[in-house]
Design a protein around this ligand. Structure first.
Ligand SMILES: [Zn+2]
Ligand SMILES: [Zn+2]
Length: 287
């Protein structure tokens, strides 16, 4: 192939792939009402929530600079009050990036472990857009704005040690991310240590917070019974993997036989079941 011919093909590949990327990567974004003045915003697989009050908007999770910039524009078109608070569910970049977009009007709030966690990843470019919180708290933080109260409550460590549940009191709704699910398999290998920690964090939520709606960081909107069902998923998996270990099965044998069929309707169970088993196995083996 001569040079001219090569550049033609290179151009075709470059042009073709650019077209392909722009068509495929347009994010699926949508704002839907949860209840009252509480809204859920979808950004592909990720979700944020915001509460509108007469004195301003309370947003949970800015997700990314691009998403936050888009959302800021949408909110400015629909409401004559700015975002006054950005609450962080936890420090992970795919939920907490973009907070600076709202920093001109908003106070950023997160659990106190966010700061040491962000210091550990200060050199990681993936976290470059995660702005540290202006205010941190240890156990509980209450925001009252325009007559509405939202509580952030630190969750027992599991997926991260700086996770909070956000409780919209009047709306009887909770928002939590990655360690709590409804109608969806947990993500990949459920990073964050033994599955028993995930079960404990979820049980703590169920026993301490009175709510009806679970509008979480991924997946469909559910209710308190759906969270119970996802706890059962974790418990069944833990029991089956423990039995497998006791029977001397290898991880691969467990992945081939622990099918979790009663949860086959869960989103992404076909994608993540084997990794869920791997994470459960590694946690039980102390790996
Ligand atoms: Zn996370
Ligand atoms: Zn997530």
């Amino acid at each position: 192939m001569n040079n001219k011919c090569l550049s033609f093909w290179l151009l075709l590949i470059l042009f073709g792939s650019t077209l392909h990327v722009s068509a495929q990567d347009a994010p699926a974004r949508e704002i839907t009402n949860i209840t009252g003045d509480l809204y859920r915003v979808t950004d592909n697989a990720h979700r944020a929530v915001f509460l509108v009050t007469s004195a301003g908007i309370i947003l949970v999770d800015p997700i990314s600079v691009d998403f936050a910039t888009w959302l800021k524009g949408e909110l400015a078109e629909s409401y004559d009050v700015p975002v006054r608070y950005v609450l962080y569910s936890h420090h992970h970049d795919d939920h907490a990036s973009g907070g600076a977009v709202f920093a001109d009007t908003a106070i950023l709030v997160g659990h106190e472990n966010m700061n040491p966690n962000l210091a550990l990843v200060a050199d990681d470019p993936v976290f470059k857009d995660v702005r540290a919180p202006d205010i941190t708290f240890a156990d509980r933080f209450s925001v009252t704005l325009g007559g509405k109260t939202v509580e952030m409550i630190h969750s027992p460590p599991s997926h991260s040690d700086d996770s909070s549940i956000i409780h919209f009191l009047d709306e009887r709704t909770i928002f939590g991310v990655d360690w709590v699910n409804t109608g969806r398999a947990p993500f990949e290998n459920m990073r964050g240590g033994p599955v028993s920690l995930l079960i404990a964090a979820n049980r703590h939520l169920q026993s301490t917070i009175d709510y009806d709606i679970a509008a979480l960081g991924h997946g469909p909107v559910g209710n308190k019974a759906d969270v119970d069902d996802s706890i059962r998923y974790l418990e069944v998996m833990q029991a089956e993997v423990m039995a497998g270990i006791e029977a001397g099965l290898s991880l691969e044998e467990m992945q081939a036989t622990i099918l979790m069929e009663e949860f086959s309707h869960y989103i992404n169970i076909d994608v993540w079941r084997e990794q869920n088993i791997q994470g459960t196995y590694q946690g039980l083996m102390g790996e």
